[in-house]
Design a protein around this ligand. Structure first.
Ligand code: GLC
Length: 694
């Protein structure tokens, strides 16, 4: 952060050092005037009085009376439940000792009491101590604590001084040593910052593109990738506005989030894949919520009243475990680690088996929960939280996922020569295919599903919600749609539910004609699942258009929904122009284009996959990698730098005649490949890959 005010230039760099659990605010103050200046610089942070922030907001008769602060040399220390909590820890840190410290300068005054800091009839705009240059040296005993430290700075003309505020939760001795380690602030902060930058570059450099689109480059190389790591680590559980009270990982969300980092850090991804496989129930379903302190083997399930009470999740969802298929496949294809399929992993509630058997069990779960037409039942929800289709109702989205899952399992079964299972797939998969083709295709679209009484949802004839996005994109992704169906369905999407800010999840919104179980009716038209531009499906439609070879369309959808493309439309989008949000209001809203719920959204991974696998056409499989870009026809040339199984690919794509997809030739280190596929055996450590598209 930079500021210039009255001849003083100040810079603050906020960061968490790599792999550490404290935060640093590195401050630099420069006198840009031509006279000597005497300043007081103050830093301020608010501590919660309780670690549980819900309690901290609502149980004030308790939380206002459990904390006090102390001052020690260069540090405000806040203690919670001091008398009883000696030695206790919360989340691995000493709960009673939060700190706000100053390194690299002397403390001239301090304050540990929020009300004293702000002052009567003052506000954050003019805290009394900041105004007077003396924070008053008061500490809190009960009521609200804070950390405020001031230092006096004398600056000759042109002179700069540097120091750092440090926030963390540390026991006394550790806190003191930590502050001491910043004695040479300039050198320490510089080294820490460089280490942080180097580590991020190392991660992100595994995949970098240089295309004619600055928006595409910045999202894929940096911002979308960064967001993928964030959702990979936090899923939806680290934000007050997004399930802040959730005490674990949502199954489908987390399994999908993993996909966003597989091309960057496959070995980081596999750790979480193992964890999520171990949270699969031994009936094949995913646990709807995987609590943070989950231990495989003896977890409860939605079948246990106690577990339901603890998690608030009363039933299985239709799609949870089906997300394992693309995620496991993408990991194995990226890493080449085919042994993973034979790794033995426990189940959530007892027993263990290989990854291969885990996947078969996921198929069994769906086969054991079929609806009216022998397609997977909708159960408590599919991907769409607002679709309650029940035990006999059916979701075409899940049916497409199921079909796709069978394709993946077929590949593994073939590799393992599991003829018995192949025979089983040969029997059940065509039945599913026929049902989807015969019952769910309507002229120019796939329907969304069936209610328990057999009524069609998402029929062309419906007065509302007659077109749904996900069945169209997944018909293509799953490989089920014929070429003709793909062309028609994708065209219908563009014609009926596209908008300048992305594609609506369905349309028109439900207002008068919602079916029983259409929970989205709760939302205003054009909002969230009720006809909003749900962001996550944008990645799937980008992927589907790419797979169909429609590079122009794929890129059009990328641009419509890309944060980077909204840089100069901040007054419409509102959200940061570098991170995806959960949804954007659709054309039926008076605020079309306004986006909401930033950072923690599955969009990070779906758009990343749509762009890397779809637009860039990086399609690894078990034996190598296919290079099949689907790009806007005005991209005449672009390059990709990709690490792949410990080797490096410098890929140049040449497209002088403006194709959207397809290829003329592919060479690796000068050698012509068959088709657009590189067998792993052709790869040297460094590889020059040239794909001619036209
Ligand atoms: C939210 C939920 C996710 C769900 C989606 C669509 O993003 O976190 O689980 O799939 O909404 O309803």
């Amino acid at each position: 952060m930079l500021a210039d005010y009255s001849g003083i230039h100040s810079e603050v760099l906020y960061y968490v050092p790599y792999g550490k659990t404290h935060e640093v605010w590195n401050v630099k103050v420069t006198n840009t005037s031509d006279v000597k200046r005497s300043l007081t610089v103050s830093g301020y942070c608010e501590f919660t009085n309780e670690n549980n922030y819900e309690q901290d907001q609502v149980n004030l008769q308790y939380t206002l009376f459990i904390t006090r602060t102390y001052f020690d040399k260069n540090r405000i220390k806040q203690c919670i439940n001091e008398n009883v909590n000696k030695g206790a820890t919360i989340n691995g840190a000493d709960a009673k000792l939060r700190m706000f410290a100053l390194a690299g300068a002397e403390v001239s005054s301090y304050c540990g009491d929020k009300e004293e800091f702000v002052g009567r009839y003052h506000s954050y705009a003019n805290p009394v101590g900041v105004e007077s240059g003396d924070l008053g040296n008061k500490l809190n005993y009960n009521l609200n604590s804070c950390g405020a430290l001031a230092t006096k700075v004398e600056l000759a003309p042109g002179e700069t001084k540097e120091f750092a505020f440090i926030v963390g939760m540390k026991p006394d001795a550790e806190a003191a040593a930590l502050v001491d380690s910043y004695a040479d602030v300039t050198a320490k902060c510089k080294a820490e910052y460089e280490e942080l930058v180097a580590n991020w570059h190392k991660k992100l450099n595994h995949f970098q593109v240089n295309t004619p689109s600055a928006e595409f480059n910045s999202m894929i190389n940096t911002w979308n990738a960064y967001q993928c790591f964030m959702t990979f680590i936090w899923s939806r559980a680290a934000s007050l506005t997004y399930c802040g009270q959730r005490n674990g990982y949502g199954y489908r969300d987390t399994v999908q989030d993993i996909q966003g980092i597989i091309h960057l850090e496959p070995e980081m991804a596999v750790e979480k894949i193992r964890f999520m496989l171990s949270a699969q129930v031994n009936n094949g379903a995913g646990l709807p919520l995987v609590v943070f302190d989950f231990v495989p083997g003896n977890s409860g399930t939605p079948d246990d009243p106690e577990w339901v009470k603890m998690t608030g999740h009363p039933a299985y969802r239709a799609d949870d475990a089906l997300w394992l298929f693309p995620t496991v496949y993408k990991y194995i294809a990226e890493s080449g680690n085919t042994d993973f399929i034979d790794e033995v992993i426990p189940y959530a509630n007892g027993g263990e088996n290989t990854v291969y058997e885990h996947l078969k069990l996921a198929i069994d779960f769906s086969m054991n929960h079929l609806g009216l037409h022998n397609m997977p039942a909708g159960l408590h929800a599919d991907w769409n939280d607002c679709l309650r289709l029940g035990k006999k109702g059916e979701s075409t989205f899940v049916a497409f996922q199921f079909y796709y899952a069978m394709n993946i399992l077929r590949e593994f079964a073939t590799k393992k020569n599991d003829t018995e299972y192949l025979a089983y797939l040969d029997k059940v998969q065509p039945e599913l295919y026929d049902n989807l083709q015969n019952l769910c295709w309507e002229d120019d679209r796939f329907i969304r599903g069936f209610m328990e009484n057999g009524t069609v949802i998402g029929s062309k004839k419906d007065p509302e919600a007659s077109m749904w996005l996900n069945p169209q994109s997944w018909a293509v992704i799953s490989g089920l749609a014929t070429k003709e169906q793909a062309e028609k369905a994708l065209e219908s999407v563009h014609r009926e539910i596209n908008s300048p800010y992305g594609v609506c999840v369905m349309g028109p919104s439900y207002v008068e004609h919602a079916f029983d179980g259409a929970l989205m009716l709760l939302f205003n038209p054009g909002t969230k699942e009720n006809g909003g531009i749900f962001s996550q499906p944008q990645g799937w439609i980008i992927l589907a258009e790419s797979l169909a070879g429609h590079g122009n369309r794929a890129f059009e959808y990328f641009m419509e929904s890309s944060p980077a493309a909204m840089n100069d439309k901040a007054e419409i989008r509102k959200l940061e122009p570098y991170c995806h949000g959960q949804f954007t209001e659709g054309p039926e809203s008076p605020f079309a284009g306004r986006s909401h719920v930033h950072w923690l959204t599955g969009t990070a991974s779906t758009v990343m996959v749509g762009c890397v696998e779809g637009i860039c056409g990086m399609r690894p499989d078990v034996n190598g990698i296919k290079i099949a870009p689907s790009i806007p026809s005005d991209w005449k040339e672009f390059t990709i730098s990709k690490d792949f199984r410990g080797k490096h690919l410098s890929i140049k794509v040449e497209n002088p005649n403006g194709a959207e997809s397809g290829y003329v030739s592919l060479t690796v280190n000068g050698k012509l490949m068959e088709g657009n596929y590189i067998p792993e055996t052709e790869l040297a450590d460094e590889n020059d890959v040239v794909l001619k598209m036209s």
